[in-house]
Design a protein around this ligand. Structure first.
Ligand code: 5AD
Ligand code: SF4
Length: 483
């Protein structure tokens, strides 16, 4: 974690400053006083639990929440029997929402046993007005609700809610603000996500993200590179550049910069050994980026390239702005430039009006591309998106049957393709002791697959060469080179 401002030196008797991030550091100091008083009264520090329910962007936001909670004197724990519990929610599909309501019931039972407990909700789901209405009406035990645009204000909102018995709600409809230099805690000491942009302008017709994350905003390259330099100085060897559509990075900056240019700058930073990025939109994937990936040894040979559907007819209605043929051509180009590249994707089954013919087109792309892995989703109707108003929703049983067929196909292919590195010796970032067998460690290949091999704790955070002795379908068993 890095700190720009020492909160113990802040005079909290003064009025809060108006400028950011100074204002948030002032409220961190106020929260710190609160937790110190708690510790005095209870003989222990208060505990906080941050639960992440969403994508990589949410995971990074959760690290920022954790960083602030630790800075203000909470002990962070993974158990929800804590004094402060915050759910960082997702709303991309409806089952994510249902999970939150279910878990809130459980939290309520915990709060009845510990009335001092405070419950907070944030993230994408809170940007939906109908959700907040429901929470206000039926979940009065929730203490704090805020959204995606004002997460940088967490310290201020936390303080507000610690001082109040009322439900504190602060949701912004949109923002053009990016506040830099707030603390963030990392889950792993050796790797970190780095936001390069927020929001999405694409409005794919099924997707709620542009409504809950707002318009595209890119961070300035200097701010991003400074963050990466600090991470490198702090022992981070692998970074993942994060954005809903990294290929359109920098287009709206005062001094426009392309994603490929950013990648080249990031690759110059000493100490950083691996660079990943997520997510790429096929419509914006440039030759310049393919070239940069090919030339920069630090950039992992992995591309997550969401397909969504293989039917050009549906892609048009989805507002994806590419055809099946263009997508396949892109894959060809990637493979020509980087022959060992691993490709992964997202596919939606059951988009309104999807026919068996459309579905066959999706299967055709899957068979042609032969993805290393694919996330398959059943279409979920999201209120407010154009697709939700389409009349020809596909019956549930038809969708389920197609989904099962797709999954079978995807899994069979992925088992074959992911075993293609068997016998090779490759660099692996060791991430942890194996969860099942303490004599093994688990590491990640450049293509994102895992390998388990004999090793000890000292290897964690290091990049070592591992021979992939046996493919187990979705992971490998291996041996440390030289052993
Ligand atoms: N229904 C199902 N899947 C969806 N996704 C986005 N919106 C929906 C929806 N309404 C999937 C897309 C996207 C991934 C993050 O989630 O495949 O790439
Ligand atoms: Fe959603 Fe499309 Fe934006 Fe991805 S690119 S977040 S699918 S609107």
């Amino acid at each position: 974690m890095y700190n720009e401002i020492d909160i113990t030196k802040i005079d909290t008797a003064q009025e809060p400053p108006l400028a950011e991030p100074e204002r948030q550091y002032y409220f961190m100091a106020k929260c710190r006083e609160w937790t110190d008083a708690f510790a005095k009264e209870h003989g222990r520090r208060p505990q906080a639990c941050v639960v992440n329910m969403g994508c990589q962007m949410n995971a990074r936001d959760s690290e920022k929440l954790t960083g602030i909670l630790e800075e203000v004197g909470y002990e962070t724990v993974s158990d929800e029997h804590a004094d402060f519990v915050i759910y960082n929610t997702c709303t991309v599909r409806d089952n994510a929402n249902q999970k939150v309501y279910g878990r809130l019931g459980f939290l309520h039972s915990l709060k009845k046993k510990n009335p001092g407990m405070r419950i907070a909700l944030c993230g994408c789901m809170m940007q939906e007005p109908s959700v907040v209405e429901k929470l206000k009406k039926s979940y009065r035990f929730v203490n704090l609700i805020f959204g995606t645009h004002n997460i940088y204000k967490f310290a201020e909102l936390l303080f507000c809610s610690l001082e109040s018995e009322e439900m504190v709600i602060d949701i912004w409809k949109d923002t053009d603000k990016i506040v830099e230099d707030l603390p963030a805690e990392r889950k792993y000491f050796f790797k970190s996500g780095v936001n390069i942009m927020f929001g999405c302008n694409n409005f794919c017709s099924y997707c709620i993200v542009p409504y809950v994350r707002g318009r595209e905003r890119s961070r300035k390259p200097q701010d991003i590179l400074r963050e990466i330099e600090k991470l490198a100085a702090d022992g981070v060897v692998e970074i993942m550049l994060l954005g809903q559509n990294v290929n359109s990075y920098g287009k709206n900056l005062e001094m426009p910069v392309t994603f490929a240019e950013l990648l080249r700058e990031a690759a110059k930073i000493d100490g950083i050994q691996r660079i990943r990025f997520m997510t790429s939109h096929p419509k914006d994937l440039s030759d310049e980026l393919i070239q940069a990936m090919k030339e920069l040894p630090k950039v992992c040979h992995h591309m997550h390239l969401p397909l969504q559907s293989g039917s050009s007819r549906l892609l048009k209605i989805m507002n994806r702005r590419y055809t099946k043929e263009q997508y396949l051509r892109l894959v060809e180009k990637l493979r020509e430039a980087i022959p060992d590249i691993s490709l992964t994707t997202d596919i939606i089954v059951g988009f309104p009006g999807e026919t068996e013919e459309d579905f066959q087109e999706t299967l055709d792309v899957v068979r042609k591309v032969r993805y290393d892995s694919a996330f398959t989703f059943i279409y979920s109707k999201r209120t407010g998106t154009p697709a939700a108003a389409m009349e020809n929703q596909v019956p549930e049983d038809v969708v389920k049957e197609r989904f099962d067929r797709l999954l079978k196909e995807v899994q069979a292919i992925s088992k074959e393709t992911s075993s293609r590195f068997e016998g090779q010796t490759v660099p692996v970032l060791v991430e942890q002791i194996n969860e099942q067998d303490p004599d093994l460690v688990t590491g990640r290949l450049g293509n994102n697959l895992l390998v388990h091999f004999p090793g000890t704790e000292e290897l964690i955070g290091k990049i070592v060469n591992v021979t992939l002795t046996e493919s187990k379908g979705f992971y490998y068993l291996g041996e440390l080179e030289g052993n």
